[in-house]
Design a protein around this ligand. Structure first.
Ligand SMILES: NC(=O)c1ccc[n+]([C@@H]2O[C@H](COP(=O)([O-])OP(=O)(O)OC[C@H]3O[C@@H](n4cnc5c(N)ncnc54)[C@H](OP(=O)(O)O)[C@@H]3O)[C@@H](O)[C@H]2O)c1
Length: 277
C-alpha cells in the first residue's frame, strides 16, 4: 500500500476506510464490521470515524473491527465543533476512546469550524497530546482563510491534516487551498471520494473504467491517489465494495485517461467557496 507522509515524518496508508452512516440505528452492523475487517486485511489500515457518526455508533463498530489488532490500525476521529472548547475536547476524546476501546487516537480532527475560538481547541488538542490520548491533531472543512488563522495561532503549525470534500467533481480546493497545504506539508484527506456513490454513473468515468477493465469506483479513487499528499477514505459497508476499492491503490492512470477525465471534470478557474457535505 502506498503511503502519505504526515508533517513530522510518520507514514500512513494513502487509501483508508470511511465510516459515515455506519452504526446508525437499524443499520447492518455485522456487515459493516466484516467490510472494515476485510479492508484492514487488505492494507487499508487507516480508519476515519467521528463522534457524530451514528451518535457514537460508528466508533463502536470501529472498536469491534480493530479488537485484537489495534496496533495495525491508524485511527482518525473527530470532535464536534460544539465540544471543541479546551475542556470539552478532553471530555469528548474520553468518550470516543471508550467507544473505540483504545487508549489513544492516532489523529484527532476538529470536524468543522464552529463558534469556539480556535486557540481554545488547539490548547485542548495540545493537552491531549501531552497526556498521550492523541498522537496528532488536525482539522476538517477549513478553507484557506481559516487555515491562515489557525497557522497564526501559537501551536497551530502542528496541524497534521485537513479533511476536505474532494473528488473528480469537486476540485475547488485545487485553486488555492491544496497548494497552500502542500507548501506546508499538510496532507489533504479526501472525503466522499465517490460523492457518496453519485459519481459512479458518469459517462466518461464509466468509459475510462470499461476500457481498462476496472470499475468506475476504482478510477475515481485512482484519480485522487495520483497525488502524493492526498489520503483517500472511501466508505464501503459492503464487503465486495471494500475489495473493489482496494484495487484502486494498484492502478496508475495513463496520461490519456487523465486527459479524458480532465475534459469531463474541468479543474477550477477561480476561487470557489469551500464545498462541504
Ligand atoms: N469530515 C467531513 O465532514 C466528512 C464528510 C463526509 C464524509 N467524511 C468521511 O469520508 C468517508 C467517505 O465519504 P462518504 O461516506 O460520504 O462517501 P463515499 O465514500 O464517496 O461513498 C460511499 C458510498 O459509495 C458506495 N461505494 C463504496 N465503494 C463502492 C464501490 N466500489 N462500488 C460502488 N459503490 C461503492 C458505498 O456503498 P456501501 O456502503 O453499500 O458499500 C456508499 O453508498 C465517510 O464515510 C467519512 O468517514 C467526512
Amino acid at each position: 500500500m502506498r503511503s502519505v507522509t504526515l508533517p513530522g515524518g510518520e507514514r500512513v496508508p494513502a487509501l483508508g476506510l470511511g465510516t459515515w452512516m455506519m452504526g446508525e440505528r437499524g443499520g447492518h452492523e455485522p456487515e459493516s464490521v466484516a467490510a472494515l475487517k476485510r479492508g484492514i486485511d487488505l492494507g487499508m489500515t487507516l480508519i476515519d470515524t467521528a463522534e457524530m457518526y451514528g451518535d457514537g455508533g460508528a466508533e463502536e463498530l470501529v472498536g469491534q473491527a480493530i479488537a485484537g489488532q489495534r496496533d495495525r490500525v491508524f485511527i482518525v476521529s473527530k470532535v464536534l465543533p460544539s465540544n471543541a472548547s479546551r475542556t470539552g475536547v478532553a471530555a469528548a476524546c474520553e468518550r470516543s476512546l471508550k467507544r473505540l476501546g483504545t487508549d489513544c487516537i492516532d489523529l484527532y480532527l476538529l470536524h468543522w469550524r464552529g463558534g469556539i475560538p480556535l486557540h481554545e481547541t488547539v490548547a485542548g488538542f495540545a493537552d491531549l497530546r501531552r497526556a498521550g490520548k492523541i498522537r496528532h491533531w488536525g482539522v476538517s472543512n477549513l478553507d484557506l482563510d481559516e487555515m491562515n488563522a489557525l497557522w497564526a495561532i501559537s501551536g497551530g503549525e502542528n496541524c497534521a491534516a485537513n479533511q476536505l470534500l474532494y473528488n473528480l467533481g469537486r476540485g475547488g480546493i485545487e485553486w488555492d487551498l491544496r497548494p497552500a497545504l502542500s507548501m506546508r506539508g499538510v496532507p489533504v484527506m479526501a472525503y466522499s471520494p465517490l460523492e457518496q456513490g453519485r459519481l459512479l454513473g458518469n459517462r466518461t468515468l464509466k468509459q475510462v473504467a470499461a476500457a481498462r477493465g476496472a470499475t468506475p469506483a476504482q478510477v475515481a479513487l485512482a484519480w485522487l491517489l495520483q497525488w502524493p499528499d492526498v489520503i483517500v477514505i472511501p466508505k464501503a459497508a459492503n464487503l465486495a465494495h471494500a475489495v473493489d476499492n482496494r484495487g484502486a491503490a494498484d492502478m496508475a492512470l495513463t496520461p490519456a485517461e487523465l486527459e479524458a477525465l480532465e475534459r469531463a471534470f474541468p479543474p477550477p478557474r477561480r476561487k470557489m467557496p469551500l464545498a462541504m457535505l
